[in-house]
Design a protein around this ligand. Structure first.
Ligand code: MG
Length: 330
């Protein structure tokens, strides 16, 4: 069975194909790059509309399939930004009706976790979900759903990095740019805000922004990176002990960060446990993770009715059970 997964919740349009016997067959994508500031919802939706045909074509070609070989459609219903999310949901609905194949709605962070588990077998992990808009510490509960143990009280970790980079005048404000900028930097004191298992990055952002022009840019970048990651590691380790977890798993766009991986490996060694981060291609937003999660979801809950496939911009990971129950799946 071939499932085609569509991801359009934010800057990335991803279309991937998962085959129930052969695994991930393709993972095509196009990424919207804002001009200057942050994501402009309408521009992101336009970007996805302009690139949809070519990304779909590339995904099918890589998988060596025709559109008629697709047996089901999976779509990320949220959380996400209204305009690009609605575009993807509309396309998924159209493909499902026109190809006459069933459809399944997927929660985006759930998909980040599942694709990581697909590549790395890891036992009872404390999960750090870190992306542009999110920073959450998660743990699977006995029903198989996920509880949020702690999270950012303001901005996501990726957003912190991107916002800081934009303040420095960087055009391509990606997290990897911050690591480049931080090379050779020395530590200067930064605000460190942890509240139990919750975290706040906005004070750190304001402070780092004010330092621009007063301290060396590599020192600010280095200190911002070290402080924000240390704060994130602290709440992760606290949750690990609280839940008696057996390993660490990081997923989401910021899980591509090399310094984060170093810190995780150090923390795992100290706690004598395993850690895992999926290959970079599968940590940024992508369609393969939606296809694979759609496959898992339909095995457990069956397909969705078309009327239930609507954008769900506030679809938190701890609302999956409630959502499925609301549409009569459990
Ligand atoms: Mg994401």
């Amino acid at each position: 069975m071939n499932i085609l997964g569509i991801e359009s919740t934010a800057h990335t349009l991803g279309i991937g194909i998962f085959n129930s016997k052969r695994g991930v067959l393709s993972n095509a994508r196009a990424r919207y790059q804002p001009k200057g500031g942050g994501i402009l919802p309408r521009d992101a939706a336009d970007h996805h509309a302009l690139n949809f045909s070519s990304v779909l074509k590339s995904s099918l070609e890589t998988a060596n399939l025709d559109i008629e070989d697709i047996d089901a459609i999976a779509i990320a219903q949220g959380p996400g930004i209204g305009a690009p999310l609605s575009f993807g949901v509309g396309m998924a609905r159209y493909l499902s009706s026109s190809l006459d194949v069933p459809i399944i709605g997927v929660n985006h962070p759930y998909a980040h976790i599942k694709i990581a588990e697909y590549f790395g077998k890891i036992e009872k992990p404390i999960i750090i979900y870190i992306s542009g808009g999110n920073t959450q510490i998660l743990f699977q509960n006995k029903d198989g759903f996920y509880d949020v143990l702690g999270e950012t009280l303001d901005m996501g970790l990726g957003n912190l990095y991107d916002s800081f980079l934009r303040e420095t005048g960087e055009k391509e404000a990606y997290g990897s740019k911050l690591e480049e900028l931080a090379k050779g930097g020395k530590y200067i004191r930064m605000p460190y805000v942890v509240k139990g298992i919750n975290i706040s990055y906005s004070g750190l952002f304001t402070h780092a922004k004010r330092m621009i022009g007063k301290e060396k840019i590599e020192d600010i970048a280095y200190s911002l990176l070290e402080t924000s990651l240390s704060m994130t590691m602290e709440i992760t380790e606290r949750a690990f002990h609280m839940k008696n977890a057996k390993s660490f798993l990081a997923c989401g766009g910021v899980a591509q960060n090399n310094r984060l991986k170093e810190m995780l490996s150090l923390m795992a060694r100290e706690n004598k446990c395993q850690w895992y981060v999926a290959p970079n291609e599968y940590n940024g937003d992508n369609g393969a993770m939606i296809a694979y999660s759609g496959y898992l979801m339909q095995k457990q809950f069956g397909y969705f009715e078309l009327k239930d496939i609507v954008p769900y911009p506030d679809y938190r990971i701890d609302r999956i059970r409630q959502h499925l129950s609301g549409i009569g799946k459990i």
